[in-house]
Design a binder for this molecule. Sequence first.
Ligand code: NAX
Length: 326
Amino acid sequence: MTVNVTVTGAAGQIGYALLFRIASGQLLGPDTPVRLRLLEIPAAVKAAEGTAMELDDSAFPLLEGIDVTDDAKHAFDGTNVALLVGARPRTKGMERGDLLEANGGIFKPQGEAINSGAASDVRVLVVGNPANTNALIARSHAPDVPAERFTAMTRLDHNRAIAQLSKRLDAAVADVKKMTIWGNHSATQYPDVFHAEVRGQNAAQALNDAEWLRDTFIPTVAKRGAAIIEARGASSAASAASAAIDHVHTWIHGTPEGDWTSMAVVSDGSYGVPEGLVSSFPVVCKDGKWEIVQGLDINQFSRERIDASVRELEEERDAVRELGLI
Ligand code: NAX
């Protein structure tokens, strides 16, 4: 059956890297036809139409149609997978409150449109920053959609952590399992290797280097976005698109046996993360559903870092609450 996929911010740089991979079958698999809805602001509709022309020109056998629109209601009507990439970036001199307010103006109506028009199996991934709190805003305006269908992306951080660890241990990426990102997709995020495994061995033991972990690994992963901007002169785009593909593909098709992934999901209170916050956890996916991995021992080092990132999420939640956005 054809799956309707909505991509917001379709004319942006992540959109440009993402759409061709969706259309080629990498999001949903090689047997699933897809129909795309591209949502943009009016000023960028023409650019999105240009991307749609290129999608046509690629003659993807799985691509059944493309709609470009600036109307959220139309964009989310009947959608099965919604990738919310478009967001208001922080500009010079902008306070956090202004940023949250501007994004509330985007994610509130999008949540409402998803609530009223999306398909009953809709799955939502928020990529646009501040991703966790934007997901919280959208979710709180979609009361008829089960809360677990709203997620935010920390898969890029997860993939970055795997890449850094595998390089350090001279291992293949495929040898690294059970990596975890906790908390917010921001500089406070906590990439946790204490439960990770490399070639079947505990990663923290294999590293045996607390200093590298604290002073190099964690800041490198958390500040990788800034390092990419510094090097490329533009923010991560293809890697972010790749992570978005991974996130949805894993959610639908499942995590491999003996492994898990990281997703920012609505907390049920696990690991002391207040209920309702959209925070990153280790999750396993099966039959199209995610579940937080339970029962992990959290050492003091990890506890402090998880708490710090969760505190930031609470502050963001309180700020959007004060602004009347949730
Ligand atoms: P771009 O500025 O290239 O594109 C954003 C697009 O969104 C623009 O075309 C803009 O017109 C559109 N847009 C703005 N408001 C909209 C609305 N109300 N409805 C529909 N479209 C709208 O940004 P890009 O590099 O593509 O990044 C997109 C978002 O991803 C940013 O918020 C960015 O911060 C975030 N990221 C999140 C990451 C994550 O791991 N969660 C990593 C990568 C990226 O930084």
